[in-house]
Design a binder for this molecule. Structure first.
Ligand code: AMP
Length: 396
């Protein structure tokens, strides 16, 4: 679908003005320091390529969700500082994404120099996909490069509207994301297994619908599994429930049978008397969840079964934790799944967001084939949706 898009290597950028959307929406700690630089470091190959080819590079990003106007805690100034260190060069910083001063800084750029614009979302026109705003951003470049995979499911001025005015190509990060996610979906080595978890069924409906036609196995864990367990007629105590989707869960189980897809649900779970790491816990089978208890992780029999499926799979896509893994008492299921993926020897793809954070916390990043930099964007991709920020790129 979106696999054959032009990349930065398909066009001549030497000496040209390049305006590039990146996703520097990094987590910040309470002292205003960058808590995780992954979103910056994953874009460095494209930025270095532009520098080495003598392009005049204008970088633009958002950070957080400011209302409309400047907020010091959401300024990209600290990111510019970090970028200077990472690139070992002076990166210029424009204190506003638009205006005469910024225009002058853009005009003064020399080949090989880089300018970072202040947070685009300080202007509400960015999220509104305002055509004038998009046109102004476009006027900073001769070519537009999108390397902001994490934002490419958004129809904003800098991810979509700008496409009206410039030739558009992908950076290396987007190219890799599309190749990894796209190949896994379109040409998977089998068995092909999807692992889905997280809190809610509702946020995974599109993915389940799309993947049912493609995978051999679907493993369902995490909070969302309890809606399925309820649909199978069991009591789930105080476990999280997506009441509106009980029927949908039933339909999915029937559809999976028709499509010959194996669905693996928890056989046993760890239940707790409160949502706390200090809670009293026990392991119970899913048909024996006591009143007053909530399921917060998969149990040992389930860990074993999920591990066996993962170890025999050749392609695995994972999105969503198996339990409330932020609390150590309920992290084992997520950890076992992560370790099984690390060991399986197949293609292993981790959707962004919580699953990526879990992999980080277990120190298993280097053992995965690909960890997506976009939670929402990778979900949209797995749902088979066309992503606006990829749609606008030129076809090869
Ligand atoms: P999502 O954003 O839907 O992927 O959900 C991720 C969140 O689901 C994480 O913060 C987990 O702590 C939470 N979660 C996973 N399993 C459970 C569960 N059994 N009960 C409550 N929350 C859960």
């Amino acid at each position: 679908m979106e696999l054959n898009k032009k990349s930065i290597e398909d066009v001549d950028i030497s000496g040209k003005r390049v305006v590039m959307r990146v996703d520097f929406n990094v987590p910040m700690d309470d002292k205003g320091r960058i808590a995780d630089k992954t979103r910056i470091t994953t874009t460095l190959p494209t930025i270095k390529y532009l520098i080495n080819n003598g392009a005049k590079t204008v970088l633009m990003s958002h950070l957080g969700n400011p209302k409309d106007g400047y907020e010091s805690s959401k300024s990209l100034a600290p990111i510019c500082e970090s970028l200077c260190h990472l690139l070992n060069m002076d990166v210029k910083f424009a204190k506003d994404a638009i205006g005469n001063d910024t225009r002058k800084m853009v005009d003064d750029l020399k080949g090989g120099e880089v300018l970072l614009l202040e947070n685009l979302r300080f202007h509400s026109e960015e999220k509104a996909n305002d055509p004038e705003f998009a046109k102004t951003l476009a006027s900073y470049g001769d070519i537009y490069v999108n390397d902001a995979f994490g934002t490419s499911h958004r129809k904003h001025a800098s991810t979509y509207g700008i496409g009206e005015y410039l030739p558009c190509v992908s950076g290396f990060l987007i190219e890799k994301e599309i190749a990894m996610l796209g190949n896994a979906l379109e040409q998977p080595e089998r068995e092909f297994t999807a692992i889905l978890g997280g809190a809610k069924v509702s946020s995974k409906i599109g993915v389940i619908n799309h993947l049912l036609e493609k995978v051999d196995n679907i493993i369902i864990g995490g909070g969302m599994a309890f809606t399925f367990i309820k649909a199978m007629g069991h009591s789930i105590g105080k476990s999280i429930l997506d009441e509106e989707h009980i029927n949908y869960a039933r339909e999915i189980l029937e559809m999976a049978k028709k499509e010959n897809v194996n669905v693996f649900l928890p056989k046993d779970v760890i239940v707790a008397d409160s949502f706390s790491n200090d809670a009293n816990t026990k392991v119970v089978d899913v048909d024996g969840i006591p009143e007053g208890y909530m399921g917060l992780d998969i149990g040992p029999k389930t860990c074993k079964e999920f591990t066996d499926v993962i170890l025999r799979s050749k392609t695995i896509i994972w999105n969503g934790p198996m339990g409330a893994f932020e609390m150590p008492k309920f992290a084992k299921g997520t950890k076992d799944v992560a370790y099984a993926m690390a060991q399986c020897g197949g293609i292993t793809i981790v959707g962004g967001g919580d699953s990526a954070r879990a992999i980080d916390s277990f120190g298993l990043q280097s053992k995965m084939t690909h960890i997506s930099t976009g939670g929402g964007a990778s979900l949209a991709f797995l749902e088979g949706k066309s992503l606006p920020g990829i749609e606008i790129l030129m076809d090869r």
